[in-house]
Ligand binder design. Structure first.
Ligand SMILES: *Cc1c(COP(=O)(O)O)cnc(C)c1O
Length: 391
């Protein structure tokens, strides 16, 4: 076996279908006006919703911690890698989310992939929304529990599964994304929470795209006023909070369980001090300066309203994730290329990431965008839409 040949063949197969990743490189900070591959561009596809990744307070907090605590933590958390900063961050997450206790993981992916298989084992059942994130899917795959998938956001079907499963398993977990990343729609968490309590199932929500966005920045649980009613809330610092890292939050017993059982947490070096200090600063900032979340939503409403006015369809979105539906994959790809030439960076999402005929450009709003930026982007979307005869 010529393994290099194997690598090339696999990649070529993706290239033929146009499914390989062409990596774009940012020269400098992730801000709305960035330099990408040497060209000034307006980014409309970053997850940095609140434009916090280069906020002076986050940068300064990182610099201070780098000086006081060093570049690395020296160990995994469980041995010698828990610093006072990690504890301070976990306390801050719990205050922010109004929960008893929290556990920070190196990434959100590590939280889902580490905790889900620890929670559910043989004789248990995991029920998962069909459009859940890949990190949840991998967490489920690592578990020895049985799995059942319910149709997207369909709580009637979820109820049926719970009814027929209630007596047959020792434990049941219901897991859902809070905000779905392809369409920007919101999970019916109030109904899910109600059903979980009714059927004694554990509720688990992944708030990666709700953190810093919904519920005045506090996430989907606050959006639905469900404080204390969701067993496990998981989220990330890599999106609206502008840094990196995952967390889970809930009761102290949950935290102790998670830290003793999650292999991703136990067996991987802990996050460096600068990262942790910037995460703390980001939560403080969202609390102290509500204008960032407000601006994000003002931009979101303005963007959606004017896209619609121009004749575009933004699908089911209820959040700053705004798909511009284009139908065929080839149209979405051409659309994105033309935008790139006009200085707008927004990626196409095509089959098999979304169903056939549902290809789109996925735009994400950002609080750092000005009205002038949005007007200029709208003009280019309209122009491109006419060139490709989609509006
Ligand atoms: C991005 C994302 C994750 C992964 O979070 P990271 O902290 O970036 O690893 C998990 N779940 C969902 C729904 C996401 O969108």
């Amino acid at each position: 076996m010529d393994y290099n040949e194997f690598f090339r063949k696999e990649v070529n197969a993706l290239k033929e279908k146009g499914l390989d990743w062409k990596i774009r490189v940012l020269q400098g900070k992730s801000v709305p006006h960035a330099v990408i591959d040497g060209k000034k561009s307006l980014i409309l596809c970053s997850n940095n919703y609140l434009n916090l990744s280069s906020h002076p307070k986050l940068i300064q907090a990182g610099i201070n911690a780098l000086k006081s605590h060093g570049a690395g933590s020296g160990s995994v958390r469980a041995i010698a890698g828990t610093m006072d900063l990690h504890q301070k961050l976990e306390k801050k997450i719990s205050e922010f989310k109004e929960t008893e206790d929290s556990l920070y993981y190196q990434t959100g992916f590590a939280a889902n992939a580490g905790l889900i298989p620890a929670l559910m084992s043989e004789g248990d059942l995991i029920i998962s929304d069909e459009l859940n994130h890949g990190s949840i899917i991998d967490g489920v795959r690592l578990s020895k529990a049985e799995k059942k998938i319910f149709p997207h956001k369909n709580t009637e079907e979820l109820k049926k599964i719970l009814e027929e499963s209630e007596k047959n398993y020792s434990k049941i977990l219901v897991v859902s994304d809070g905000v779905f990343s392809m369409d920007g729609d919101i999970a019916p968490l109030d109904k899910i929470s109600f059903l979980c309590r009714k059927f004694n199932a554990l509720s688990y929500v992944d708030d990666a795209h709700g953190d810093g966005v919904l519920g005045k920045g506090k996430g989907i649980v606050h959006h639905f006023n469900l404080q204390g009613k969701i067993d496990i809330e998981m989220g990330t610092f890599s999106k609206a909070f502008g840094v990196v890292g995952g967390y889970i939050t809930g009761t102290t017993s949950l935290k102790e369980f998670a830290l003793n059982k999650s292999r991703t947490w136990l067996l991987s070096g802990s996050a460096p001090p600068a990262t942790i200090a910037s995460c703390i600063a980001s939560l403080e900032l969202v609390e102290e300066e509500p204008e960032h979340v407000k601006k994000l939503w003002d931009n979101t409403f303005y963007w959606k309203k004017n896209l619609k006015k121009a004749g575009f369809d933004s699908g089911e979105s209820e959040t700053p994730i705004t798909p511009v539906m284009l139908g065929e994959s080839i149209t979405a790809k051409k659309f994105s290329e033309k935008l790139m030439q006009k200085g707008i960076f927004a990626l196409p999402i095509v089959f098999p990431m979304v169903a056939q005929g549902k290809a789109r450009i996925r735009t994400m709003m950002n609080s750092g965008l000005t009205k002038e930026d949005l007007d200029s982007a709208l003009e280019k979307f309209e122009e491109t839409g006419k060139e490709l005869k989609v509006i």
